[in-house]
Design a protein around this ligand. Structure first.
Ligand SMILES: [Zn+2]
Length: 151
């Protein structure tokens, strides 16, 4: 079988940040990399899960909500994928990502969608962990720009 595009990225030199993973028609997949691959401890699942719920809730409440396709964790637990339609510019996607991480870092209260009806593993959440992940990534994403989006 053919090697898929995301396996052709050299993960040994990849730094934390936000990158264009692929473009399919009008859909852009961003690689939001919160860990340097294979060099530091990966995120724990409960924290990832809560980041997922809060990030998705935040971006689906922005003016761009109709152009957001998906946000979810990578299986390697070193980052997330964020899929948008390209009606959202790269600048807007970076800004929205930074705003979402700021929102998570400051979030207090009930995690959205945490019940047996709404979530597939509602016991596996960590708000404190998610806030720490978001706070740690904020300096990286706040300093990001479109020139840095290419691997
Ligand atoms: Zn869930």
């Amino acid at each position: 079988m053919e090697k898929i595009a995301s396996f052709q990225v050299d993960h040994t030199v990849l730094q934390k940040g936000m990158y264009i993973s692929r473009v399919d028609g009008d859909v852009v997949t961003y690689d939001i990399r919160t860990r340097r691959p294979n060099t530091e401890e990966v995120m724990d699942n409960a924290s990832i899960h809560t980041v997922e719920h809060l990030f998705a809730t935040f971006v689906r409440n922005t003016e761009y909500k109709d152009h957001v396709i998906y946000f979810g964790p990578m299986g390697c637990r070193t980052g997330f994928y964020f899929l948008v339609r390209d009606k959202i510019s790269h600048e807007q996607a970076i800004r929205m990502t930074a705003d979402a991480f700021a929102f998570i870092a400051d979030y207090e209260g009930e995690i959205p969608g945490v019940s047996a009806v709404e979530c597939g593993n509602y016991r596996d959440h960590s708000l404190q962990g998610a806030k720490a992940e978001a706070a740690a990534f904020l300096p990286v994403i706040s300093d990001w720009n479109t020139q840095k989006l290419t691997y």
